[in-house]
Design a protein around this ligand. Structure first.
Ligand code: PLP
Length: 379
């Protein structure tokens, strides 16, 4: 079986974890959390890093830090993980959707202006599958209208937009270090910002909004979203190798691109001239004209020992959202198409060139076999 992802943990991870155990520093008070925050913020280019327990918590903390609260509207792409939606809802804010554009599958920034209302507070671009969103129009709009920009950067560790790192472009960004992300702490997340006040609010929110002047007195509610020193130790060891990880991801991306170009009906994310894509996962979209869906291809690939994952189903197609009166009757054609025609291929940091070749050979075979079945005339 070629797995869809495997983390690479053969640097100083074991050594630093052992240090946590030997010294007894296992809670969030240990030194590795602060070290990880510093190293990661320095790498991305922000003044502050606030580590939290996962990426979903990072999104909620980032929105809170940005001042998003009850009744505020947050504009986000429908094609994203449910975390963006639940983080918004937990703060009493209202999600407002736009579609994604068909080349990079990132937020269609051209649609954002049409969704603005007097209640709009924030725009949340989600950099998708390693490729940056076209940020200049988003930042210009936010500047004009006095909005905050909260980047979901969970899939773009090391990616660049016009020479600047994703996650340093908006007011605040949210990161995940889940096991399939480019940098992992098993579970984990971080909020990055260069704004002192936002950093302070984020740090407060992850720690139950304890006040420095009067500890068990609360003027706001927060949560316990703290990261442990054990996770921090993994993070420090991982960030030491981030450039190497980015190089591996880009090499795998280029290998796939070269080999997939020969398969008819298969399209892939194209790196824009202004982007440095880190190919978090190598994703493909099967042309609707092929006559079959991503799930058909995924089943056939699984039979051949190749792990894949489906694309996100748009937020506007989620029954749990409809149940609370959200997005009923809304349509976003690009998101709806790619949700059914997209999948991602094995692209972990441990994948070999031979495995990429096997995957693409099997994929070509599966595509031709399935198109034959699905184009057979019915009698
Ligand atoms: C992984 C991911 C998250 C959530 O991160 P968790 O650590 O799993 O909570 C948020 N947004 C995007 C785009 C992601 O890919």
């Amino acid at each position: 079986m070629i797995p869809v992802n495997e983390p690479l943990l053969n640097g100083r991870e074991k050594e630093l974890l052992a240090e946590c155990i030997d010294t007894g520093w296992v809670s969030s008070d240990g030194p590795f959390v602060r070290m990880f925050e510093r190293h990661f913020a320095d790498y991305i280019g922000t003044k502050h890093g606030i580590a939290v327990c996962n990426g979903t918590a990072a999104l909620e903390t980032a929105l809170f830090a940005a001042g998003v609260g009850k009744g505020d509207e947050v504009i986000m792409p429908t094609f994203t993980i449910v975390s963006c939606l639940v983080a918004t809802l937990r703060l009493g804010a209202i999600p407002v959707l736009v579609d994604v554009e068909p080349v990079t599958w990132g937020m269609d920034v051209g649609q954002v202006a049409s969704r603005l209302t007097p209640r709009t507070k924030a725009i949340m671009p989600v950099h998708m599958y390693g490729h940056p969103v076209d940020m200049d129009p988003v930042l210009a709009l936010a500047r004009d209208r006095g909005l905050v920009v909260v980047e979901d950067a969970a899939q773009v560790h090391g990616a660049e937009y016009k020479g600047r790192k994703c996650g340093s472009l908006g007011h605040v960004s949210a990161w995940s270090f889940y096991a399939n992300k480019i940098v992992t702490t098993g579970e984990g997340g971080m909020v990055l910002t260069s704004d002192d006040a936002m950093a302070e609010r984020a740090a407060s929110y992850r720690n139950l909004c304890f006040r420095a002047d009067r500890r068990f007195y609360h003027t706001e509610f927060g949560y316990n979203f703290r990261m442990s020193n054990l996770q921090g130790a993994l993070g420090v060891a991982q960030v030491e190798r981030i450039e190497e990880f980015v190089t591996i991801k880009r090499r795998v991306g280029h290998l796939y691109r070269a080999r997939l170009a020969a398969i008819p009906g298969v399209r892939f994310q194209v790196e824009e001239a202004w982007a440095k894509c880190v190919y978090w996962m190598y994703c493909i979209e099967l042309d609707t004209e092929l006559g079959f869906k991503a799930d058909d291809a995924r089943r056939a690939l699984a039979e051949r020992g190749i792990g894949t994952r489906p694309f996100f189903l748009g937020l506007h197609e989620q029954p749990a959202a409809h149940d609370i009166g959200l997005f009923n009757g809304e349509r976003y054609p690009v998101a709806e198409r790619i949700a059914r025609q997209g999948l991602y291929l094995p692209s972990g940091l441990t994948i070999t060139e031979e495995q990429v070749e096997t995957v693409t050979t099997e994929l070509a075979d599966v595509v031709s076999a399935l198109s034959m079945i699905h184009s057979a005339p019915s009698s």
